[in-house]
Ligand binder design. Structure first.
Ligand SMILES: C[S@@+](CC[C@H](N)C(=O)[O-])C[C@H]1O[C@@H](n2cnc3c(N)ncnc32)[C@H](O)[C@@H]1O
Length: 265
């Protein structure tokens, strides 16, 4: 508890990221990784194998940018530094140890950025129509631009719509229905794909595309999925990731994700 309070005080961060709970999410992810890493190993290996394969085929290996870098559980820093001279980590919130390493290592640059251009607008979004209008505006904009030999979108795609949906639900005092949620998640994901495609360099993306809940007997009790247009991307691989084994998130179910990986030049 004392360590976490100190970490809270010492970690530099954007006030909006703190306000919207990214510090706590970051700490929660770190602890879940520590509890579940054995179950996560196949997922981590798939991410790293794909990274190594992509790097092998790059025409030039000077710079890499990782969008949604978080703790770099999936592609660890030592793999990035082994292959690239300049490493840029992009996230709305960076953990304290990355700030410390970046201070000592001029090859590592941290960019603290809202990749969805939404956080600063959240307070103004009051109704479902405001949120729809916001996503329509995003579809016409470039949300970010990075120029690197390799740009990795590292399991961030499905995260982008969650915060704005949660914010609207609190204001409306009701949950959005499944069609509304799918509409928003698709809009945020496609705006991300469009901006990623327009970045200069080879792109590698992996993201959770389906969630499945199983009861303690292993029976499938829920599946969630929304459509996303990946037609500008080439599918590389898909695999299952046991994100939360039974009793991690609930004693009543385990949570499994289907991950899909894509590339484009
Ligand atoms: C599931 S984690 C990614 C895991 C990471 N690739 C790893 O290996 O540890 C998703 C990350 O996306 C970041 N994120 C969510 N929404 C964001 C936004 N709008 N802009 C930038 N980063 C965002 C979160 O802070 C979080 O670190």
């Amino acid at each position: 508890m004392i360590r976490e309070s100190l970490e809270y005080l010492l970690t530099p961060s954007n006030p909006l990221a703190r306000k919207y709970g990214f510090f706590y999410q970051s700490i929660a992810l770190k602890h879940r990784f520590n509890r579940c890493k054995i179950d996560w190993l196949p997922h981590l290996k798939n991410c790293q194998d794909l990274f190594n394969e992509t790097v092998r085929n790059l025409p030039q290996k000077k710079s890499v940018a990782v969008l949604g870098s978080s703790h770099l559980h999936e592609i660890p820093l030592h793999l990035l530094t082994e292959h690239f001279q300049e490493i840029t980590l992009v996230d709305i919130f960076h953990p304290l140890n990355h700030h410390r390493i970046a201070k000592r290592n001029p090859r590592l640059k941290l960019v603290t950025q809202d990749l969805s251009l939404t956080l600063a607008e959240l307070d103004k979004l009051e109704t479902w129509q405001d949120l729809v209008k916001h996503t329509e505006d995003l579809a016409t904009k470039t949300l970010f631009h990075f120029d690197a030999d390799l740009i990795i979108s590292a399991n961030i795609l499905s995260q982008l719509g969650l915060l704005p949906m949660g914010s609207i639900e609190r204001k409306l005092k009701r949950t959005l229905d499944v069609e509304q949620k799918d509409y928003i998640c698709k809009a945020f994901a496609e705006a991300h794909l469009k901006s990623l495609k327009s970045c200069k360099g080879t792109k590698l993306l992996y993201a959770d595309r389906e969630v499945r809940y199983h009861d303690p007997q292993g029976e499938l009790i829920f599946t969630g999925k929304y459509e996303v247009d990946f037609s500008e991307y080439k599918k590389l691989k898909e695999w299952d990731w046991l994100l939360a084994p039974l009793k991690e998130a609930s004693k009543d179910y385990s949570i499994q994700m289907k991950i899909e990986a894509y590339s484009t030049t």
